[in-house]
Design a protein around this ligand. Structure first.
Ligand SMILES: [Zn+2]
Length: 298
């Protein structure tokens, strides 16, 4: 599984907690290449993508999807990540160039570009929407995700996320990225809660662990040190966009014929180009295409 991002899932033997571990290094590198993010915007987007990917993998149905949206008042603007039930993910940030001075400990200042605001998790489960919103706790993402689970779903959760950015041949790369989510299940053993909290401190530098070659299993061993557990599965995940010309056409149909035709008027009948927010793929529609599109649904 070298060179691909992957997820490992497991559960404690007594059924008290479940765990998801992800190495998202390649996902974050793909996001960086697509969005040309600054180091700190890479960390903000990378942490959000990693969290959404792990949260997505906790859903049950093949058609289920999950969106994490962070809306703060800092310079990066909105951060959005959308995941499927197998942890494949895509995302974007409002301003990829947003940057802030590093923190005194040398870490990228994610909260400095996110600011104050709220975190929204929207799920489509069995075709039905479910939304939860919480105020941002720190703007560092991992704490905000844990707060979301505690406040909105009443599920005690340990969340750790990390992105390590470096330079290679004069360009920025993500050296290592990943995360861990440990969630208590109903009727969890009280003793386990204390152990999990103690173990969480050892996950503070998860990107360094991954950069030093730690595997998913080795990270799970740290998160669940002192607790017996079983690994369920391990599988590859990727930055994946499912946009298509058909979906873009549907979006144009959703705008209504008058508004789309206005776009042509404004641009002297030049072709309109719709770029995908998530992967920057461009879909070009001529005036004739659009007329044919609207007459096809009459
Ligand atoms: Zn796309």
């Amino acid at each position: 599984m070298k060179n691909a991002s992957y997820i490992l899932r497991g559960m404690t033997r007594d059924g008290s907690a479940r765990i998801v571990v992800e190495n998202s290094t390649e996902i974050v590198n793909d996001a960086m290449r697509l969005h040309h993010t600054s180091p700190t915007a890479t960390a903000a987007l990378g942490r959000t993508l990693t969290a959404a990917s792990m949260m997505g993998s906790l859903m049950g149905g093949k058609e289920d999807s999950l969106t994490v949206a962070i809306n703060g008042d800092g310079p990066v603007g909105s951060i959005v990540a959308v995941a499927d039930y197998m942890g494949n993910v895509k995302g974007y940030v409002g301003d990829p160039t947003a940057e802030a001075d590093a923190k005194s400990n040398g870490k990228l200042n994610v909260s400095g570009i996110v600011g104050d605001g709220r975190l929204t998790v929207s799920r489509f489960l069995d075709g039905k929407p479910y939304n939860g919103v919480v105020r941002l706790k720190s703007g560092e993402i991992a704490e905000d995700i844990a707060a979301y689970y505690a406040e909105s779903e009443q599920v005690p959760t340990v969340c750790s996320l990390g992105v390590l950015v470096g330079e290679e041949d004069g360009r920025l790369i993500c050296r290592a990225a990943g995360g861990v989510i440990v969630q208590l299940l109903p009727f969890a053993d009280e003793k386990i809660i204390g152990i999990l909290e103690k173990n969480a401190a050892s996950l503070a530098n998860i990107s360094t662990l991954i950069n030093n070659g730690a595997t998913g299993k080795e990270i799970a061993d740290i998160a669940l040190a002192g607790i017996e557990y079983d690994v369920f599965d391990e599988f590859e995940v990727a930055y994946r966009c499912d946009c298509s010309r058909e979906r873009t056409a549907k979006m144009l149909l959703g705008m209504g014929k008058n508004d789309v035709m206005k776009l042509f008027e404004e641009k002297n009948d030049e072709d309109i180009e719709a770029a995908c927010y998530f992967c920057d793929k461009k879909y070009v529609f001529t005036k004739e295409d659009v007329e044919a599109l609207f007459s096809s649904v009459k």
